[in-house]
Design a protein around this ligand. Structure first.
Ligand code: GLN
Length: 377
């Protein structure tokens, strides 16, 4: 018999369910994700720090978890909300069940609640601060007090909290690409990747294209990166609000000035925009899923993308040297930008798609092509 659990929202709504994770109390911004698969990758995506993730797909946990599918060293989400945990978990790669995995990492999770009702509420009112309490001592008033102590994500710099403590080299590739994918001409490219909360599959996709990848902490000054003499600089995804990350914005500005090729994903995209003089804003409930259509403006081509963001670059804030390259077909919001004066571009969604469709993966090849161009003075 599962222990009781509660999900309490800042608007006072209370959901009663069953605990399928650790005992305890955890607060965060409650968001919903519409991906049908990939719960383990979602839970271990550092961009979900301080967020409680509701999965709209009703059966979660059916294939368990395994050591290979983590997108980082641990679960970063503050909690998990699901409709139903199937009684049986079965897969040829299973190592742990989802509840085992959650308990070992001390993550609270609630099942048996109406996630359709919750999702409609979040869609209508916007992402809510909330609290999951699980175990025998659940108490609505304690949960409400915990929510009052959580200020929300706006203004919160989490990149410097989740980043690596020290620089390291990344060498693991993606098996599906194999050796044949690495072009001989690319083998010498050295990419310095800023870790603002990087997902492993991004690093794999760079390494699979023959890049030597050096991952550096979020607060590494530009001079240190430039001293490594890289062929290109990558700006990773990450949690929290991009605006307070002034150290990263300053470093990106200095790197762009040197006309080094720069590619940013998600938080990295927002930081490139801020470094270029654009503005970012908090979205009502954000984009979280693996089925979001985006349109490439140059070709009109529509691609299905993986998404996870709660902030966005304001389309009406772009300076003259920043052009929009992609838009969301769900709400028209900006999904990609490129500098017109220097080789720097970025994408709001997740071309590394882990989980998600691989339609936009070719952006990694665009970055490679940029690094293969002769550098202008
Ligand atoms: N996945 C990400 O990099 C998310 C970026 C940022 N934290 C946002 O929510 O918009």
């Amino acid at each position: 018999m599962n222990k009781p659990a509660l999900l309490v929202l800042e608007d006072g709504t209370v959901f009663h369910g069953a605990s399928i994770g650790a005992d305890g109390c955890s607060v965060g911004e409650v968001v919903f994700n519409t991906a049908l698969t990939g719960y383990q990758e979602i839970l271990s995506d550092p961009s979900y720090a301080k967020q409680i993730v509701t999965l709209t797909y009703p059966h979660i946990g059916n294939v368990g978890t395994n050591a290979e599918d983590d997108e980082s060293a641990k679960v970063y989400a503050s909690g998990l909300v699901v409709r139903d945990l199937p009684q049986l978990a079965s897969n040829w790669r299973i190592e742990k069940t989802l509840p085992q995995y959650l308990r070992e990492q001390n993550v609270v999770a609630i099942a048996d609640i109406d996630t359709r009702q919750l999702t409609r509420l979040l869609r209508d009112k916007g992402a809510q601060r909330g609290c999951i309490m699980a175990g025998d001592a659940v108490d609505i008033e304690v949960a409400k007090a915990a929510i009052d102590g959580f200020p929300g994500l706006q203004g919160m710099d989490l990149a410097k909290e989740v980043t690596t403590a020290r620089a390291y080299e990344w060498t693991e590739t993606v098996w599906k690409l194999g050796e044949g994918h690495a072009q001989a001409s690319n083998l010498t490219k050295h990419v310095v990747a800023y870790d603002f909360g990087v997902k492993r599959n991004i690093l794999r996709l760079l390494a699979s294209r023959g890049c030597r990848v050096t991952v550096v902490p979020a607060q590494t000054p530009a001079e240190q990166v430039l001293a490594m003499n890289p062929d290109g600089v990558f700006l990773s995804n990450g949690p929290g609000d991009p605006e307070p990350c002034d150290y990263a914005i300053a470093a990106i500005r200095a790197i762009i000035e040197k006309k080094l090729p720069v590619f940013g994903i998600c938080l990295g995209h927002q930081l490139l925009a801020l470094a270029s003089g654009a503005k970012t804003e908090k979205m009502k409930f954000g984009h979280h899923g693996a089925n979001h259509p985006v349109q490439e403006l140059a070709s009109g081509r529509v691609m299905i993308s993986s998404q996870n963001h709660g902030f966005a670059v304001s389309a009406d804030s772009l300076p003259a040297n920043l052009k929009p390259t992609y838009v969301s077909l769900f709400d028209g919001s900006l999904q990609g930008i490129a500098r017109t004066d220097v080789p720097a571009f970025s994408f709001q969604g997740h071309p590394e798609a882990s989980p998600g469709p691989h339609d936009v993966e070719s952006l990694f090849d665009v970055f490679l092509e940029m690094m293969n161009q002769p550098r202008s003075a």
